[in-house]
Ligand binder design. Structure first.
Ligand code: SAH
Ligand code: SF4
Length: 400
């Protein structure tokens, strides 16, 4: 029995530091803070990101005493995967739960040797573009760097676990593995409105001790938050995609409301600043990808193509026409394919590189930019299913 004067304080586990979202500098600072040498940062990052390891005990090139210390103070924690679907065409999709009622999706789309992962930066989005289902959900919260890089980590690990991309060299050491070849920040959210988390996450994508992707293979897509675009330009170099969708302010104000704050003239000027800053020795070779969703009768007329060519004449760019991905109650229809091709040809004749995005993974609604419209429904469906089965792995097997 406790005597009535004794104050019983509940034993609270000290919060462990999650190492998943640390870039190299942050990881080195963490190791310094626990009295360890900076080179441990690279070693641990390789384990986490290249080998998909989240258990310090498995990091065999660390001394046992260091592993024990890490077990006490740190962890490698990714959000829970609540739903996973691998489709017949190779497309893979995951829903991760970052908080109660807060889900984000990521999709991996294979194309030959290329495996492109579409990553989310926020839960929902505040910018409310009229054709976007994420915008219709409103904004819930920013993702942390750990939650952003976790999407790459989970997707990469799914291949590592299948053994496809892991191996050992002649000395028996695990070799570097790279299943994901490209990352596009085109999932939920506006990445420029969460730069503090997006930048470290993209630095991890580029780091040779982690995913080692080239700057050309990591693309940030933005609807045009001009001051933040300038900040990105000054901070790091990755590929840039701009969600243009309209060739004049009147129409763009309607489709992409952030345009009222940062109109096309300012956005194009910021794109030019990005191009000038990053061209360096590659003069003329960097281009901004201009995304243009084709909405029937809204922005897909020959006059729009003509205005677009005029707008972009001094902004080195390639234009990517995106078939509109419908969602319930969407006030738009997609432009018929033959009209998209006419629009494309008009831009090609005007001297632009202009492609039409192929929509792989349609069978699981995987097209980028359209990830979450049905997440809640789908997750509820998955949860109901989960309740009926013995464990999560059974769902995975049933669907995979
Ligand atoms: N917020 C950023 C990145 C996420 S959206 C941005 O807007 O760029 C990623 C891409 O998907 C954007 O080009 C966006 O315009 C596009 N997109 C959104 N809804 C879409 C839909 N219903 N059909 C096709 N593309 C869509
Ligand atoms: Fe947000 Fe991009 Fe959707 Fe616009 S298109 S609402 S910026 S996610």
């Amino acid at each position: 029995m406790t005597d009535s004067n004794t104050v019983v304080t509940p034993s609270v586990e000290p919060q462990k530091t999650n190492l998943l979202g640390f870039n190299r500098a942050q990881m080195e600072a963490f190791f310094a803070s626990i009295g360890e040498k900076p080179f441990r940062a690279g070693q641990v990052m390789k384990w986490i990101h290249q080998q998909g390891v989240d258990d310090f005990n498995a990091m065999t090139n660390l001394a046992k005493s260091l592993r024990e210390k890490l077990l006490r103070v740190a962890e490698v924690r990714a959000p829970e995967v609540t739903y996973k679907h691998f489709s017949a065409d190779g497309t893979r999709k995951w829903v991760i739960k970052v908080a109660e009622n807060a889900m984000v999706e990521m999709v991996l789309i294979p194309d030959g040797e290329r495996k492109t992962l579409c990553v989310s930066s926020q839960v929902g989005c505040a910018l409310d573009c009229s054709f976007c289902s994420t915008g219709k959900q409103g904004f819930m919260r920013d993702l942390t760097a750990a939650e952003i890089i976790a999407q790459v980590w989970i997707a990469n690990r799914s291949y590592l676990q299948e053994g496809e991309f892991s191996g050992r060299n002649a000395s028996g050491e695990l070799t570097r593995t790279r299943a994901i070849t490209n990352v596009v920040m085109m999932g939920m959210g506006e990445p420029l409105l969460n730069l503090d988390a997006v930048i470290p996450a993209m630095q991890i994508m580029l780091d040779d001790f982690a995913y080692g992707l080239s700057k050309r293979r990591v693309t940030l897509s933005t609807s045009g938050v001009v001051p933040m675009l300038d900040k990105l330009t000054q901070t790091m170099d990755v590929s840039l995609a701009v969600s243009l969708h309209a060739p004049n302010d009147e129409l763009r104000n309607e489709l992409v409301p952030i345009n009222k704050k940062y109109p096309l003239s300012e956005l194009m000027a910021a794109c030019r600043r990005w191009l000038v800053h990053h061209q360096g020795s590659e003069v003329g070779r960097r281009k901004v990808t201009m995304e243009y969703v084709m909405l029937a009768g809204v922005n897909d007329q020959p006059e729009h193509a003509r205005q677009l060519a005029q707008l972009l004449k001094d902004v080195p760019s390639k234009i990517n026409l995106i078939p509109f991905n419908p969602f319930p109650h969407a006030p738009y229809a997609s432009t018929p394919r033959d009209k998209v091709v006419l629009f494309q040809n008009q831009l090609i004749r005007a001297g632009f590189t202009c492609t039409i995005r192929t929509t792989r993974g349609d069978d699981i609604d995987a097209a980028c930019g359209q990830l979450v419209g049905k997440v809640k429904d789908r997750t509820r469906r998955a949860e109901r299913w989960q309740a009926k089965t013995l464990n999560k792995n059974e769902i995975y097997r049933a669907e995979g």
